[in-house]
Design a protein around this ligand. Structure first.
Ligand SMILES: Nc1ncnc2c1ncn2[C@@H]1O[C@H](COP(=O)(O)OP(=O)(O)O)[C@@H](O)[C@H]1O
Ligand SMILES: [Mg+2]
Length: 313
């Protein structure tokens, strides 16, 4: 693959705090223009990875670069093209939304005469135009998160790194936030690195995700490919429990349309398939005169991943 298509590249990246490895040999590539979700339970190492990406903390070994700039050696170049929203977005609470953005604009050396227009544009994008002259102290958490986006948009970043974009937001506000991210990605072609422990929410916006657990990248890929791996090659997994199981019934199940694999475990059967074939299965079982005591279907791969890697913590 052409390296120019890659925006963030981490190679054998590790970070130790005292003797504990909190990021463990991470090899990860994030392409230009994509929305990548770094998912994992609390304490997995997501924020530490982000801090190293920005050059805010140094790797113990390995390397990380953004747009070809080594984050450790050239952090200023990385910061110039990157908007960073930390877990707790901080503002001057006694200043207005406009005042805060103006301050950011000045810090970023935006020419004075361009500042009002930039502020209006940024507030428009995050639907806070009406609140321009409102004191930030009176903003809800969701409004502060949106103002955070406006704040990083001021410097027209190529990349936005957002640590826990939906943390502390109710589902509706969280979804609005994610929609804003999708829109920005589409309209302005901004690359996003999002971190989250709420994987159900992220599934909607991140075509590609990496799952981090105890500092290690457990798996990485498109949500669909993760599902296939999780379900042993098919899109769905149907589980049956029968009163009695014969080889004959297993053979018949294998011959059903769209079946990828059939695994027997005592009187339980797992069917990996590419279609919801529960009706076909019911028909077949009852035609054989066998009593079925249970049938469940799993199709939400991230849910499975969640149960496997997140619930153990
Ligand atoms: N500055 C630090 N000093 C010591 N330990 C830290 C520090 N920052 C984070 N850790 C530890 O590193 C691990 C990963 O933390 P973090 O990267 O914040 O995880 P996440 O963002 O996935 O919740 C945790 O066990 C945390 O306690
Ligand atoms: Mg974190």
């Amino acid at each position: 693959m052409n390296d120019n298509n890659n925006l963030i590249i981490s190679k054998n990246l590790s970070k130790k705090y005292k003797e504990t490895l909190v990021v463990d040999n991470l090899n990860l590539t994030i392409k230009k223009g994509e929305i990548f979700g770094l998912l994992g339970p609390n304490g997995a190492g997501k924020s530490t990875f982000i801090l190293m990406t920005l050059g805010l903390t140094e790797p113990t070994s390995g390397s990380i670069s953004v747009a070809g700039f080594d984050s450790t050696r050239e952090p200023l170049k990385v910061k110039r093209i990157t908007g960073y929203l930390p877990e707790k977005v901080g503002f001057y609470d006694d200043m207005t939304a406009k005042g805060n953005l103006a301050y950011t604009a000045e810090l970023n050396n935006i020419p004075f005469r361009e500042i009002p227009k930039k502020i209006d544009e940024a507030l428009e994008i995050v639907a806070l135009s009406k609140n321009k002259n409102q004191i930030v102290k009176t903003f809800s958490k969701g409004m502060k998160q949106r103002l955070g986006i406006a704040d990083v948009l001021i410097k027209e970043p190529e990349l936005i790194i957002f640590d826990e974009p939906t943390e502390g937001l109710d589902v509706k506000v969280a979804n609005q936030m994610l929609q804003t991210i999708l829109d920005l990605n589409k309209k302005k072609n901004i690359t996003f690195l999002l971190s989250s422990h709420q994987l159900n929410l992220m599934q909607r916006v991140c075509p590609r995700v990496g799952i981090l657990s105890k500092g290690k990248l457990i798996t990485e890929g498109t949500v669909e490919s993760l599902g296939r791996n999780m379900f042993g090659g098919g899109k769905y997994r149907i589980e049956l429990e029968l009163e009695k199981v014969s080889e004959k019934i297993i053979e018949k199940l294998k011959k059903l349309d769209k079946v990828v694999n059939v695994i027997r475990n005592d009187n339980k059967i797992q069917i990996v398939c590419d279609k919801d074939i529960r009706q076909d299965i019911s028909r077949l079982i009852s035609a054989e005169g066998i009593l079925m005591t249970r049938m469940d279907m799993k199709q939400d791969a991230l849910e499975e991943i969640y149960l496997k890697y997140f619930k153990e913590e």
